[in-house]
Design a protein around this ligand. Sequence first.
Ligand code: ADP
Length: 440
Amino acid sequence: MVVVSVAAGLAWRLSLLLALSLLAGVILGGVVWWLLAAAAVALAYMLYNIRALEDWLRTGKRRSAASGTGVWAPFYSDILQLKQRARRRKKRFHRLLREVRESTDAMHDGGVILNADDEIVWMNEAAARLLGLDPSRDCGQIVTNLVRDPAFAACIAAGVTREPVKIAGPGPGRDTHLSLQLIPYGSGQNLLIVQDVSRQVRLEQMRRDFVANASHELRTPLTVVAGYLESLDDDPAIPPGWAAPVGEMRRQVRRMNAIVADLMQLSRLESAETPPGDAVVDVPRMLTAMHRELLDRDRRPATITLDAEPELRLHGEEQELHSIFTNLLNNAVRFTGEDGTVRCRWERDTDGAWFIVEDTGIGIPDEAIPRITERFFRVDGGRAREVGGTGLGLAIVKHALHRHGGELFVESEVGKGSTFRCHFPTARVVRAAGPIRLDT
Ligand code: ADP
């Protein structure tokens, strides 16, 4: 619009100038000279204004809109307005940037932007404090060269993960605990979120210590009570009416003992700092013994089968693997009627080894499946207690599996049955061969 008005103004003025010079030429003679002179004046006027405009744009010096003469004045005025608008936008942008910086610096959680080569692009104050970095010096550096901690390097190397990773904070005391999570950000960049979780870790540790100590303290009195109840049972001097209450007391003490033992096992699994050992565990032999024990039970599903690859063994902790298998098999047998079926498989595929227990029992409602590995969670408390159980079995399975790098998958349908699948990674598998079948 500006160009059009300037162009129109110029065209009009040029035409007027040429018309006047033509008239002067006709009246005074020498039309060509008059026209040439007029063209030279017009050209000089334009060159002068273009030069002035160039100067102004290049030096950026403020000039009033009136600096442009004649038809050029609106041109100057529009450019001046554009410049003022750009200046105001720049100021707003700077203010916004300052506010973002102040608010990110006020955050308790750290944020570090890393480029595709893991070089630091930006960090807030909390990140600098938690990771022991210096924002003025360390931007542009590869973050793992600055935070020299194997757990930190492993987290960065692992890239974007669903769950945050907990590591001990850097520094000599290492009494802080950090939670790290990488989130994809922009093109090829990652945002590393750093949180100080020292308080949660300490509380969690206190809870674990409390449960471990309480269970340990309960063991001795329970053993004493169980001993007295045993002797009462055999005592002929006890009145006959006492037999039933004594029997019930013995059952309850046995249950308490089982709960205490499971709590202690869970505490051990939770607080174990070293990964499970690398001993070769003969899983087929272990499963065959468990299968036999299940078949010897008085009350059990009619069919219990085991298909195990005979040479498929695992690197791991024998006692923890025993807990995984026995808890899942016991559950399948306890929650399946006497006319039902329990099928157990131990096999491998390209992803690793699989322990699968399938039953035709009571099943688990969909909404309860995500909760069944919680401590003391039972779908039907009365029934679970009736069939005997501590409410801790699947929590133990989950922890022991996790320690072996494994995962638990559950599928179930109420009234139809359940399938529990445990996956062990290939790194833990020792060797596989053809299947054997051990049926009832
Ligand atoms: P519990 O000692 O009560 O069996 P678990 O932790 O082993 O404790 O199991 C938690 C709950 O999950 C059980 O109480 C039961 O409600 C449900 N559950 C576990 N396994 C099965 C199964 N195979 N069939 C049906 N329900 C099951």
